[in-house]
Design a protein around this ligand. Structure first.
Ligand SMILES: CC(C)(COP(=O)(O)OP(=O)(O)OC[C@H]1O[C@@H](n2cnc3c(N)ncnc32)[C@H](O)[C@@H]1OP(=O)(O)O)[C@@H](O)C(=O)NCCC(=O)NCCS
Length: 189
């Protein structure tokens, strides 16, 4: 599979990550609340861990995952990261995301996530897209619910985070649900 394409929304451009993004990523991920519900990163942020993670991402096989830098379309500034982990055999993708705290609550991740959902179903012809979040991550839960993902269950104590096992809510959207959401959003008749 070739490199994943850039995505564009009214306010955002999602482009491939680059090694030169490292300092900016370390900067915004250093804010305590950004990593509060992330599985692989915690506060205080370990910048070597972020560098190793970014190197892995840049070397990853596009058949198994897509990562994008979420940038402000006007300024070009990196304000977040999103990913789509792929299971080609089952035509399934799993979305992850995190955003600079200074940009929360403006609907930006809903906008970004919807473009990734479109890419998954329209370009990659996925059958199913999943997202999950740790219990208590209300911002993420709202993004997921606004886009019409269905809650499919709670995996008990599935993620070990900062010394505690956390319950994780799992959501799914099938290609048929995607059509329903597009109708609801007025994208199709
Ligand atoms: C989760 C996250 C990506 C949401 O991004 P965002 O751009 O702020 O999301 P949106 O603005 O599209 O939607 C969030 C909604 O949740 C609401 N919200 C956010 N935090 C909330 C809270 N603690 N309590 C109640 N509502 C909350 C917002 O007001 C908004 O609601 P609205 O659409 O009714 O106005 C962002 O908070 C973030 O990066 N968090 C840290 C990383 C993270 O947890 N990633 C997800 C891992 S599963």
């Amino acid at each position: 599979m070739s490199r994943h394409r850039e995505l564009e929304t009214p306010r955002l451009r999602l482009r491939p990550l680059e090694m030169s993004d490292l300092d900016r990523i370390v900067e915004f991920m250093g804010e305590k609340d950004v990593t509060k519900f992330l599985l692989y990163f915690s506060y205080p942020l370990n910048s070597e861990q972020v560098a190793a993670w970014l190197k892995n991402v840049l070397e990853a096989n596009p058949e198994y995952c897509a990562y994008w830098a979420i940038t402000d379309i006007e300024s070009g500034r990196l304000i977040g990261i999103t990913s789509l982990t792929l299971d080609c055999h089952n035509r399934k993708g799993d979305i992850g995301y995190w955003l600079d705290k200074g940009h929360w609550g403006r609907g930006l991740m809903t906008e970004s996530c919807w473009s990734v959902v479109h890419y998954g179903f329209d370009d990659l012809k996925l059958h199913r897209v999943e997202i999950s979040h740790m219990i208590g991550n209300i911002g993420s839960q709202k993004v997921i619910e606004k886009l019409g993902f269905q809650l499919e269950g709670v995996t008990r104590e599935a993620h070990y985070k900062d010394g505690r096992f956390m319950d994780v809510k799992i959501y799914g959207m099938l290609d048929v649900d995607f059509v329903r959401t597009k109708k609801r959003l007025g994208e199709i008749d």
